[in-house]
Ligand binder design. Sequence first.
Ligand SMILES: [Zn+2]
Length: 465
Amino acid sequence: MQLPIALAAAVIAIQDVSVIDVIKGKAMPAKTVIVKDGKVADIVGRAPRNATLVVDGKGKFLIPGLWDMHVHIRGGVESIPDNETFLKLYVANGVTYVREMGGDIPETVFAWRKEIEEGKRTGPHLFTSGPKLDGPKPSWPGSIPVANAEEGRQAVRKLHLMGADFVKVYFDYIEAPVLRAIAEEAEKWKMPVAGHFARNLTIREQVEAGIRDGQHARFYLLQGSCTDERYVAREFIKRRNSEKPMGFDEWTKKLMEEFNPAQERSLIGMLVDNKAWFTPTLAVGAAGLTVGMRTYHDDPRAKYIPANIWKSWDPASGIRKAPSDEVRSLRALVQRKGLEFIPKMRDAGVPLLAGTDTGFANNYMFPGWSLHDEISLMREAGLTNFEALQTATINPVRYFKLEKTHGTIARDKAADLVMIDGNPLVDIRNTAKISGVMVNGKWYGKADLDKLLGEAAREAAISRK
Ligand SMILES: [Zn+2]
């Protein structure tokens, strides 16, 4: 896939800044980064005379634009304005790329993607799956139902024609040949397949079929780490169409009871053998534990969130309700297991991607802010600051095979940059101390970012009237 390079005949010089090398893990002090035509034109000692804008980078650090590898743009047409506000919030927080993992307003997302590339709209570069693929009775509105292999192939071709960047699968139950047909067709069109693992097949079967990027540590690694994965799958299948199907919490409880470290090691080895990626979405798991315990009304970020999405987060009006104490403590255990997976994956060499699951219906994932939380949780789980930074910079670029044009601050690379007040290699929380953002070669200084936040707050206030 190719990003159109946009914009401005201006020559922008970010002067005397420490450039962070996200491949070597080093800071290169006192550099001046020259940006022209949406690309890094050069890295030199001092700003050239023809610079139309010189940004003082003294004491600051420059990192490549951040990626959130799991967000949703959804909530029906009535939530389109809410999602527009979210685009601004991503930029204000230094998130210059998002991987949109499927929703119910794909035409809007495709239109926004184009407007952003053309410089007509403020927002992060959008990589989108378009609608998700799901079973005959989809869990989410807008998904394309798939009942057999031929429908699976057709659905992938349809996504390709729509302009989707990858395929998102969301099957709770799927026959292996259908999954393979989807993955084979996706391969033909060079679209990666990412998504949830189904519960009736083993993780190995699904990874080998072609899902090379599983989502959510909190359930899916447990599925592959239990003593007898087939046994849990069989129980799920047996009761699937009964009056008492196996719900997620009961299923999770069984997986926890069956957890086996030897199986976990073999699962991770299998992921390495298949060159799989992993997006653990740790922050949404952590926030989920707080649902029903606190309201977030006094959260300083609440004022930026428009009404429809806010209502979808509130357990009183949204689809995700406050869990019972028992379920909450089960989920806390699962969350801890998810964190424990992280350094094991790192040691084995499974590349990790930072993704938050921000969007309609996913409680209290604040656009952009939560990506910084996700990176910090990667650090807390045991990655180094450098490795945690890579999960939101170079790793997503490698995932989309965009290394030639993106991912590092170097000549001819895309000018998507974030200037921060502290060295992220020393403390990863510094990624949140943002003093400037460049998207597609357009510079947003501190005052511009504050203006974006102000607009978002105003839009949110109007939506509540
Ligand atoms: Zn999601």
